[in-house]
Design a protein around this ligand. Structure first.
Ligand SMILES: [Fe+2]
Length: 219
């Protein structure tokens, strides 16, 4: 029986916030991005050209972490979209604080950015990002589904960073993981400490994504 005189104050102390949006002009840059990334990767010495965490990636090509520094029109258009969308998201989440910052303090610097071209069976095991305040994933080409398989795969699976270790009906609200299905032109912005992975991809067409790490107000 509920006691109507009892006031329960709810404190959401450490919420985990993601942002998601879709680039309405993705169709204008998609083919150019895929072509450019294919051209860049054709010169790779190694599949994981970045040399980062090669043991947890398979059947995919990864660029060096400087793709947004490339002087390519489609790449720069994509970078501009990511910066604009991120700025809007950070304005929303930081509220009044954001409004009192100078333009320099609000400057969004994408120090690290790279692409993945994932082949059939490719995956990226669980990891986190570091030395940044936000990370993002942009789906350039979602890929397809093998007609002979009922598995689409290639989702990004995020896991709770505050794992409870025990579940019953009392904490049923708290989901342990969250999956994002790739969609052309979709961008996900997430806290870099959240563990995530790219599940094995089973389509025949390449799955192409760009990922990036952001620092704000610091070079
Ligand atoms: Fe990642």
């Amino acid at each position: 029986m509920q006691d109507s005189s009892l006031q329960i104050d709810r404190l959401d102390l450490w919420p985990t916030t993601f942002f998601s949006c879709t680039n309405p002009e993705h169709h204008l840059i998609k083919e150019d991005l895929v072509s450019y990334f294919n051209a860049v990767s054709s010169d790779f010495e190694y599949d994981i050209e970045s040399g980062v965490a090669v043991g947890i990636k398979d059947n995919l090509l990864e660029s060096k972490f400087d793709i947004f520094k490339h002087d390519n029109e489609a790449v720069q258009e994509l970078k501009n979209f990511c910066v604009t969308a991120t700025s809007q998201a950070l304005s929303e989440i930081n509220g009044q604080l954001w409004r009192f910052l100078s333009d320099e303090q609000k400057s969004i610097n994408i120090d690290e950015s790279w692409f993945h071209i994932t082949k059939k069976g490719g995956y990226h095991d669980v990891h986190t990002h570091s030395n940044c305040s936000w990370s993002g994933i942009y789906y350039v080409q979602q890929g397809d589904q093998d007609p002979l398989s009922d598995r689409f795969g290639g989702n990004n699976r995020f896991r709770s960073s505050t794992r409870m270790g025990y579940f019953d009906y009392g904490n049923r609200y708290a989901s342990d993981s969250y999956e994002v299905s790739p969609e052309d032109g979709k961008m996900i912005l997430f806290p870099p400490h959240v563990p995530h992975s790219a599940t094995p991809y089973w389509g025949n067409k390449d799955r192409v994504v760009v990922a990036f790490n952001i620092r704000v107000g610091t070079k």
